[in-house]
Design a protein around this ligand. Structure first.
Ligand SMILES: Cc1cc2nc3c(=O)[nH]c(=O)nc-3n(C[C@H](O)[C@H](O)[C@H](O)COP(=O)(O)OP(=O)(O)OC[C@H]3O[C@@H](n4cnc5c(N)ncnc54)[C@H](O)[C@@H]3O)c2cc1C
Length: 479
């Protein structure tokens, strides 16, 4: 198993539960990947898990099967959107029907086309069997609807939405990173529906998940090797399988199958030149999502702030917002306000500002002066969106997309590969026949998409009978 983030940790648990011997390789000193939190002045801050969709449903099912749901507590996390003209939309956060009823109220002249959009989304969800782990899957890994070929932009044009409503419906693209001109409408629906249902925030961020996953790995006897990565693949057979890898610690690892949660381009240079062609074809069309410039701050208690997410837009065009390598960066600012506890036990209000910025693969590492200028720009935009914050913030840290790359190498976009109509399938079997793609690039980004890819690939690799045995935990819970 390559990489010990959500993808690698969950896949390792599933395979070990099915009786496989698993070795998990992690390049950094600790497991967790982007689930990991860090602390400044004793204040905990999240890196890549600020909020997710409801624990009721697929996420809860997956954590139950992984024996990792105990102690995971969540609060409903209201979210809102501020449009450039000042229109502030407060989504109800209590079910998809309420979400669309609210939008119909806010955009009364567009009710008919809005309802058509809702129907199309419902249809896609109904035809996406993986939203219940137990559903018969048939050929679901490949059988997608025609909305998998139609971009979100084209659908908006067909439905004749105003720029304001189009931007509102496109805004969950901030949670998968692919601009409307590229993302298939169906893929956008599969990510956005969860947030339309309910957005939640885990009480101790990714920490509780890492603790549960780590406990399960130990219980199942998974060998975890941190500070270790692959230098080169070796030992290929005539059928195109690879059976060994030379590791950075000087040892050789023999394996039957390799599960890769990294960006597939990371494997390319590890293959001997004569084996690279298939991977080259696979990687050539891949483009990364943007990264995020992040400001981490605390808000003093004189300004009580209820926990929530607000996205403040300086443009209605999500193609510009999510292509900061091509257009102006920082055209939207996400403000995540949460209540947490300092290491000394005192309560603290945390603020994380996220602004789309070019992925590390698109730009040179900014100098300290450039980073400081970016911090000031993001703060200026934040005060524009939330003037009440002025005089109440204490800046604790800032991170460019390159900063993330230091902690979660090698640093492609915030959400890995962009989901586009012509992106190749990266889930399951890769060009080396015993290599499998998992992780955010394989199905969809975010912890839900990443966990789902582990379940879908487990189903493919283990076969239906063993897979259904793993799911018995859900049946036990529901009795
Ligand atoms: C700023 C930001 C905010 C986000 N916010 C949210 C959010 O609020 N909610 C949400 O659901 N998702 C969010 N995401 C996305 C989410 O974090 C990811 O989709 C998810 O964590 C991906 O999990 P993964 O296992 O695929 O990758 P990762 O968690 O990145 O794990 C990959 C692991 O592989 C390791 N590794 C790298 N190279 C090697 C190598 N050569 N050999 C061995 N190991 C290696 C890395 O160190 C890492 O531990 C956010 C992402 C970012 C960047």
């Amino acid at each position: 198993m390559l990489g010990a983030g959500t993808g690698g940790l969950s896949m390792a648990i599933l395979l070990a539960k099915a009786g496989r011997h698993v070795t998990l390789l992690e390049k950094t000193p600790a497991v967790g990947g982007r689930l990991t939190r860090f602390r400044r002045q004793g204040v905990p801050f999240d890196t890549g898990l600020h909020f997710t969709s409801s624990l009721v449903g697929i996420l809860g099912q997956m954590l139950t099967v992984l024996d990792s749901i105990d102690g995971i507590e969540a609060d409903s996390f209201p979210w809102s959107l501020k449009l450039p003209d000042g229109h502030h939309l407060h989504f109800p956060n209590c079910g998809r029907d309420a979400f669309y009823d609210y939008l119909a109220q806010e955009f009364p002249r567009e009710t008919a086309s809005l309802r058509r959009y809702q129907e199309l989304e419902t249809e896609v969800l109904r035809n996406t069997p993986m939203f219940d782990l137990r559903a018969p899957i048939g050929d679901a890994l490949t059988a997608f609807s025609e909305l998998d070929q139609l971009t979100l932009d084209t659908l908006f044009q067909q439905l004749g939405f105003s720029p304001e409503l189009a931007a509102t419906l496109a805004s969950p693209a901030l949670f998968h990173g692919a601009p409307p001109e590229e993302v298939p409408a169906a893929r956008h629906f599969r990510v956005s529906y969860g947030f339309e249902e309910e957005m939640i925030r885990l009480k101790s961020g990714g920490d509780a998940l890492i603790a549960n996953f780590t406990r399960e790995l130990a219980r199942l006897g998974v060998e975890v090797r941190t500070n270790t990565h692959i230098i080169a693949f070796q030992s290929f057979d005539d059928a195109g399988h690879c059976h060994a890898a030379e590791l950075s610690d000087g040892t050789t690892l023999a394996f039957d199958d390799l599960f890769n949660s990294l960006h597939p381009a990371e494997l390319l240079p590890l293959l001997p030149p004569e084996r690279q062609r298939g991977f080259q074809r696979l990687c050539a069309p891949l483009q990364d999502t943007c990264g995020f410039f992040t400001v981490f701050a605390t808000v003093d208690n004189a300004l009580p702030c209820p926990p929530h997410l607000t996205s403040y837009l300086r443009s209605l065009d999500f193609n510009q917002i999510l292509r900061p390598d091509r257009d102006e960066p920082f055209l939207s600012t996400g403000a995540i306000l949460s209540h947490d506890t300092r290491m000394d036990g005192t309560p603290v209000q945390c603020l994380i500002l996220l602004a789309p910025a070019p992925a590390p693969s698109c730009t040179a590492k900014p100098s300290p002066a450039e980073k400081e200028a970016m911090t000031q720009t993001v703060l200026t935009h934040a005060y524009e969106g939330w003037p009440e914050l002025k005089g109440h913030l204490r800046l604790e840290a800032a991170a460019t997309p390159h900063t993330y790359a230091r902690f979660v190498p090698p640093g492609h976009g915030a959400y890995g590969v962009r989901m586009t109509t012509n992106a190749p399938r990266l889930m399951g079997r890769l060009p080396v026949r015993n290599f499998y793609g998992i992780g955010e690039n394989a199905f969809a980004p975010g912890i839900v998409g990443t966990l789902l890819s582990s379940f879908l690939v487990t189903r493919q690799v283990l076969g239906e009978e063993s897979y259904q045995k793993l799911l018995s935990a859900i049946a036990i819970c529901e009795k």
